[in-house]
Ligand binder design. Sequence first.
Ligand code: ZN
Length: 353
Amino acid sequence: MDFLKVKTMQFPRDVIAGHGVLHVIPELISRDLKRGRVAIVSGKNTFELAGREVVKYLTDADFETEVVKIGEVTEENVTACEEQLKNKKISIVIGIGGGSKIDAAKIIAYRMKVPMVSVPTTASHDGIASPRASIRGPGVVLSQTASMPLAIVADTSIMIKAPYRYLASGAGDVISNITAILDWKLANRLNGEEFSSSAAALAEYASRELIEKAYLVAAGVEESVWLVTKQILASGTAMAIASSSRPASGSEHLFAHALELYGAGNAMHGEQCAIGSVASMYLHGGDWQQLANTYSKIKLSIHVSDYGISDQVAIKSLMKAHSIRPERLTILGNTDLSYSAAEKALELTGIIG
Ligand SMILES: [Zn+2]
């Protein structure tokens, strides 16, 4: 038989992470940018935090900039930003902010067919280094394809200023890779779904690094930001190798998406995934206690009541999570979990009750 396999992988070209690195941006983009303007997509607060400094460096280096500030990342607001940038001869988009502003920048760059640079101001989830973006639709958060960042510039001296909870949430997003991998292996065994051992190994390594070094993830320590950011970048690379979010998104992410649908209270994405990973590890028959201990070490609560989520919503989310993305087979199967099974999984692990 002829060999006809083709695969495309997209990686960021430059990854610069560490203390006080924003000044590298003009030099970084001057390699690609021969003409045209630089669009800065940011939020009101994050512009003050990092955007203004980036604009200054760019202006000093004779770049013309166009700044847009986006509020909530909805389809409507993203389209409004696109309108604002239209006919401005934009040749690159720099996204500056937490996860959602970066997502907006990724979508805008993808639609405008220009490269994108990711400048995260928090390490709150793994989207800062992946080609997927979440956008708020009517009642749901939808994940869509967007641009893989051309470069990632992560300044730990800025990221440390975000509340610690963001960092713990980012760590939770990475640690939860561990159940995503179990789900991926399961789908490979049951459905013959394509599986990449190298992508899985890297995503699992990122998770295990944070499980082992959980005692180092603490508030007010810049090195913690460095540790988590490094593993977020490893997760992003795993997704790039797989050309899929599979290495970092399984049943725990389906549970997180279901929570978003039924009422996630004030839980952040990484917190939702962390909770989901404990339930999912229990369902896999694995060491959920180790995960629960790790989250406790990094001070990430897995009790839904701490986020204003009712037990009933948590149970319903676990029962229905499989239906969020039916083509993605996980331990949740392809029919609703029974009420009693969902209740038991959440109760035994201390997520509810
Ligand atoms: Zn995630």
